[in-house]
Design a protein around this ligand. Structure first.
Ligand code: PLP
Length: 393
């Protein structure tokens, strides 16, 4: 694959594994084993069966008629919101738990910010009867109490991270510390296309089922497996990588990634990584991240917890730099308006993350014959309070 990873774990200038010496054995074991396991017939059969019978795949490709009328083109929603647990994150969580079992691991750890990845991880651990520990910033535990309750109901232990800003990056540090101390029996499930190689590649492969299905579905619905545009929101970038993956080599397909501008790219309260960021190392890989002149990570801000991340995955950094994909952003307000429009035109309440992708439609011009695929990464039930506060329902 032209845009794929090389043997050293790099996409162009980005990627690699920048990890402390103590983590080397864990990451090296994964690097040596993951391809063999992912290509194993028994693994594939179990993964496909769970995606079908447990997650509910294939997710529909829905021709959004009223959206198509409004934007005078043909708009298709790839409905990851209909997956069990309500987003694309379960695709990756299932893949990694099956991998962990085949590596002989007895215990799963994860970190979570908003709790979505924590819930997906706790879900698959319950499914497989495996011990699950989720690290979460103390502040986030208060902000996301319903997800903490979900994880506990699913049998996970939720451990508060009490250092620093008591948010996602502190939870990540705690999870890393745990993994260093438990290298033999524990697997660390990372929730996006970030982290040291092989995580970004592994997660992208698990999420690539989204574009694999979309191609087939487009062929049935439009007579061509290639659309003119594919649009997705980007936090770390896993739903975007999933929906881009099988279109990467089809250069006629324009790929558009929408970041969270927060209160505006120049407001000081933003998560528009490619606009504000520079090259550097974040969470174990070389990528683009928001940082100060002396290399301190800048606190990101977005109204959507899933996009509130200071970097992007290394493959996105590469696609941005070589201009294979276009990176744009939408503000909190633009996203909330777009979320409301989706409710009223299509009867679908999208996650606020997803609403960022929808918001970009307002800034585009289409031909009536264009086919446009938007990844509806998740449903908006979890965001009801934010919508209520904003619109005074
Ligand atoms: C977590 C999440 C995202 C952002 O994560 P990516 O890795 O960028 O996909 C987007 N949408 C939803 C619904 C999420 O839960």
């Amino acid at each position: 694959m032209k845009y794929g990873v090389n043997e050293q774990g790099y996409y162009g200038d980005f990627g690699g594994a920048y990890i402390p010496e103590m983590l080397y054995p864990n990451v090296e074991e994964l690097r040596q084993q993951y391809l063999r396991i992912l290509n194993d017939a028994d693994f594939k059969a179990e993964y496909d069966q769970l995606l079908r019978d447990y997650v509910g795949r294939p997710s529909p490709l829905y021709h959004a008629r009223r959206y198509s009328e409004k934007y005078e083109t043909n708009i298709f929603f790839k409905r990851e919101d209909l997956n069990h647990t309500g987003s694309h994150k379960i695709n990756n969580a299932i893949g990694q738990i099956l991998l962990a079992i085949r590596l002989g691991k007895k215990r799963i750890i994860a970190e979570t910010g908003a709790g979505q990845h924590g819930v997906a991880t706790a879900t698959v651990c319950a499914l497989k009867g495996i011990e699950c520990v989720v690290y979460m910033g103390e502040v986030d535990m208060e902000r996301q109490a319903p997800n903490v309750a979900r994880m506990k109901m699913l049998g996970a232990k939720v451990v508060p991270a009490t250092s620093g800003s008591k948010t996602l990056k502190d939870a990540t540090n705690e999870a890393m510390r745990d993994w260093i101390n438990n290298p033999v029996d524990t697997h660390y499930i990372i929730g996006s296309v970030v982290g040291p190689y092989p995580y970004p590649e592994m997660v992208a492969q698990f999420q690539s089922v989204i574009s694999l299905e979309a191609k087939k579905q487009l062929l049935e619905k439009t007579g061509s497996e290639l659309p003119q545009y594919v649009i997705a929101c980007v936090g770390g970038g896993s739903n975007a990588m999933g929906v881009f993956y099988h279109f990467l080599d089809d250069e006629s397909v324009k790929l558009i990634a929408v970041e969270a501008a927060g209160q505006g790219v120049d407001s000081g309260h933003s998560a528009a990584t490619t606009f504000l960021g520079r090259e550097g190392v974040l969470h174990g890989s070389r990528t683009i991240l928001m940082q100060t002149d002396d290399g301190q990570v800048v606190e990101p801000y977005s109204i959507s917890a899933g996009l509130d991340y200071p970097g992007i995955g290394p493959q996105h950094a590469h696609l941005y730099k070589i201009k294979r994909a276009q990176y744009v952003s939408a503000t909190d307000d633009e996203a909330l308006q777009a979320g409301l429009l989706c409710c009223q035109l299509e009867g679908i309440i999208p996650a606020i993350e997803t609403a960022h992708a929808l918001a970009h439609l307002e800034k585009m011009k289409f031909e009536p014959t264009d086919n446009v695929v938007i990844c509806i990464s998740g449903r908006g039930d979890k965001d009801l309070n934010t919508y209520i506060k904003h619109f005074n329902f």
